[in-house]
Design a protein around this ligand. Structure first.
Ligand code: BGC
Length: 247
């Protein structure tokens, strides 16, 4: 079974057909720059161009969005254009592309991919993935089943929204050392640990490639490991999600 995955991010829009038997790209991935003003309409045009580069591809299309998505409708836009709020993205993209499109939260997509093909493959119990990027995304998976839209980057800790202090963008903006950033991550993961008692934390997002720099500095009791699909997770997870909803 094949499906197409699109990862819509702040700087790039990436897409590839995905072989769902093994979670590998079935053709080389294409990346197009995200339009300056990334409204749903502008992004839909990029999707049309992107899919046009894969004339052979068929099957459903999954798309990640960095916001809350319920039944195809986007309900929040912390780090993207406000016009996304209230947009029926499934309908808009299905009409624009002529393909069956299903939209999913970006961290939820990454979580699905990691429990099927990546770092948490075969793991039972509660897996909590966080993506450390511009914001903090989260995915809660129990015995491989996703509870969507957990939005744990927006937890308030000591009067601060967690992602404003502990996302990778905060580390870059404030030029934090790995040690100082890891202190904030420890506070964050300790809060998650107290509230959810997960069996495993996965850490995704681009910075997970730097895991050897900061992973050992996070002081918590729960097992915590880096995600393994890295920048493939969004595309693969989106394709997987679309295939599961395929009608
Ligand atoms: C959004 C989440 C998203 C995360 C990572 C947060 O600001 O609210 O929906 O998953 O950023 O992109």
């Amino acid at each position: 079974m094949r499906a197409f995955g699109i990862d819509f991010g702040g700087t790039g829009i990436k897409g590839a057909p995905v072989d769902l038997d093994n979670g590998e790209f079935a053709a080389e991935r294409v990346r197009i720059k995200t339009p300056e003003k990334s409204t749903p309409k502008a992004v839909a045009e990029v999707f049309v161009e992107l899919l046009g580069r894969f004339p052979e591809s068929d099957g459903p299309v999954g798309v990640t969005v960095p916001g809350v998505v319920r039944h195809g409708v986007v309900h929040s836009a912390a780090n993207i254009d406000d016009t996304w709020i209230g947009t029926d993205a499934d309908r808009l993209f299905t009409e624009a592309t002529g393909r069956e499109v299903h939209v999913v939260n970006d961290a939820d997509a990454a979580g699905l991919a990691e429990v099927r093909y990546g770092a948490a493959a075969g793991r039972r119990g509660l897996v909590l993935l966080t993506t450390l990027g511009t914001g903090i995304g989260s995915a809660l998976l129990h015995d491989g089943v996703l509870v969507p839209n957990s939005e744990l980057g927006h937890l308030e800790i000591d009067g601060h929204v967690a992602e404003h202090r502990a996302a990778n963008s905060a580390r870059e903006r404030e030029e934090l050392s790995w040690e100082r950033w890891a202190k904030r991550l420890t506070a964050y993961y300790r809060t998650l640990e107290r509230l959810f008692s997960p069996d495993l934390f996965l850490v995704g997002g681009g910075v997970s490639k730097d895991w050897p720099e900061f992973g050992h500095l996070i002081e918590i009791d729960t097992e915590i490991i880096p995600a393994t699909l890295l920048n493939k997770a969004g595309v693969v997870g989106a394709a997987l999600y679309a295939s599961e909803l395929h009608s």
